[in-house]
Ligand binder design. Structure first.
Ligand code: UD1
Ligand code: MG
Length: 467
């Protein structure tokens, strides 16, 4: 769905200063990845879609790392929270950067990557429709452990939010939780935050404590329940990280299916968030599309193929158990089963790469075939070549890499070693078993000396006892 939104009176605050203790990691929590993309990137992308006046991101723990990762988008303000004294304290740090004409502040956490822009839009609309001072996004969860619970009185009116660690046993049974996402009238927000204390189980200034304060001051507090509760899943530990990844994968796979991609046994396939796929492409069971991999139309992948940062043009077929990283494949290429393409492998149109063939930092020209058991590295090969089984470019002398240059229409016999640096001219033919150390001319046949073939009469193979 595409939302053409513009919210010039809205300030967004993204909370991302926490260490994420429960992740038990050296990396700040919001940089942990869900399907190849950092959690903070999902959240920033979602809030940018709202086109707010400005976005403040609160960082503290490892803030340099977070900033280096995000860069400096035009409408993004960095806010420092030196000590992580709680979510309320984090929001308070944003007060000075908020422009004067901002009416409402939308607060989201950097650890909820499933959140959709349409949901935030619905929250903002409800907030304005109800003329509420505070509006919070809530959801009902079967397993509410860890979330702040929504407490209501006998008449169903909200009275507050209680955190897991502060909740009574009875409150822990409440399944309605706070998403940690709030829309608050700007002036109300900072007035209330100045009143929030830290007398609770964690000794922190909780943002949710603005709810009872608002109610106590006679201000209106509204809540928007979320139909798809999976959207507000927060990631606090690696169990939740894995769970969110499963949900995100289902979402991404469904999006590609609806755009015309066939995915066999989708529960076995990994398609990272940054991948692009054309129509009528088929992804077979167990395959993984990672990083910036981009597939054209009518491509077939797998089963059990892994493509990382790889560009694949239309009508390519990649067979089972192939592993490609940083490669480029032109239209009509066939590769695998068991092919390995390493960074800088550039296959021109209609190239065939067969089983147990490794290609690294090499250009393979139009229609050339390397069908069996070969290593081609640091090579430029022309078009229409046939490279026999077991051909090896000996590109490394123990210290340096050397180039092999092969022209067009070259035929290389099986089990040939090309000791680089070496040049093979167009239309050359090399006999099987050759070790090539000097330039190979065009035309004719080039052979390196082969041991004479001898026959030893009367020689007997040792026989097994049972024979
Ligand atoms: C928070 C909410 C809880 C809600 C849940 C939803 C509070 C007190 N609790 O709990 O009601 O159900 O999210 O996922 O708000 N952060 C800072 N500075 C701090 C502390 C936290 O920037 O001093 C950031 C964290 O980096 C994180 C976010 O705020 O991105 C939420 O903090 P976290 O510790 O994950 O809170 P939860 O326990 O998940
Ligand atoms: Mg959290």
């Amino acid at each position: 769905m595409f939302f053409e939104q513009h919210h010039p009176e809205l300030q967004v605050c993204v909370l991302a200063a926490g260490k994420g203790k429960r992740m038990r990691s050296n990396q700040p929590k919001v940089l942990h990845k869900v399907l190849g993309r950092a959690m903070i990137d999902y959240v920033l992308h979602t809030v940018e879609e709202l086109r707010p006046c400005s976005i403040a991101v609160v960082t503290g723990h490892a803030s340099q790392q977070v900033r280096a990762h995000v860069g400096q988008p035009a409408n993004l303000e960095w806010v420092v929270q030196d000590r992580q004294l709680g979510t309320g304290h984090a929001v308070k740090q944003c007060e000075s950067v908020i422009p004067g004409d901002v009416e409402d502040v939308l607060i989201v956490c950097g650890d909820t990557p499933m959140l959709r822009c349409s949901t935030l839009d619905a929250l903002l609309n409800a907030h304005r429709r109800n003329k509420a001072s505070v509006t919070m996004l809530t959801a009902s969860l079967d397993h509410p452990f860890g979330y702040g619970r929504i407490v209501r009185d006998g008449k169903g009116k909200i009275t507050g939010v209680v955190e897991e660690k502060d909740a009574t046993d009875e409150q822990r049974l409440i399944r309605e939780v706070s998403s940690g996402i709030y829309c608050v009238h700007r002036k109300v927000l900072f007035d209330l935050l100045h009143q929030v204390g830290n007398r609770n189980a964690q000794g922190e200034y909780y943002l949710p404590d603005i709810v009872p304060l608002a109610l106590g001051g006679g201000l209106s507090v509204a809540s928007v329940p979320l139909a798809d509760a999976s959207e507000i899943q927060g990631v606090n530990d690696r169990v939740q990280l894995a769970r969110v990844e499963v949900c995100m994968q289902q979402r991404i796979i469904r999006d590609w299916q609806l755009k015309g991609v066939t995915i066999e046994q989708p529960e076995t396939v990994r398609i990272e968030a940054t991948v692009r796929i054309g129509v009528d492409t088929t992804i077979k069971a167990g395959s993984q599309l990672l990083g910036t991999t981009c597939l054209g139309d009518e491509v077939t992948i797998g089963p059990y193929a892994v493509l990382d940062d790889t560009w694949v043009d239309d009508h390519v077929q990649i067979f089972a158990f192939s592993h490609f990283q940083g490669a480029n494949l032109g239209a009509g290429v066939k590769a695998g089963p068991f092919a390995r393409l390493r960074p800088g492998a550039e296959l021109d149109e209609d190239v065939h790469i067969g089983n147990f063939v490794e290609v690294k930092k090499s250009v393979v020209g139009h229609g050339s075939k390397i069908n069996h058991l070969s290593y081609i590295g640091d090579t430029v090969m022309g078009s229409g070549c046939n490279i026999g089984a077991g051909t090896i470019t000996c590109n490394y002398d123990g210290a340096n890499k050397h180039q092999t240059s092969i022209g067009d229409g070259v035929f290389i016999g099986s089990d040939t070693k090309l000791v680089a640096p070496v040049t093979v001219q167009s239309d050359a033919t090399i006999g099987a078993g050759s070790i090539i150390t000097k330039p190979v001319q065009s035309g004719g046949l080039t052979l390196s000396a082969r041991p004479d073939q001898r026959h030893v009469p009367h020689w007997q193979r040792p026989r097994k006892k049972s024979d």
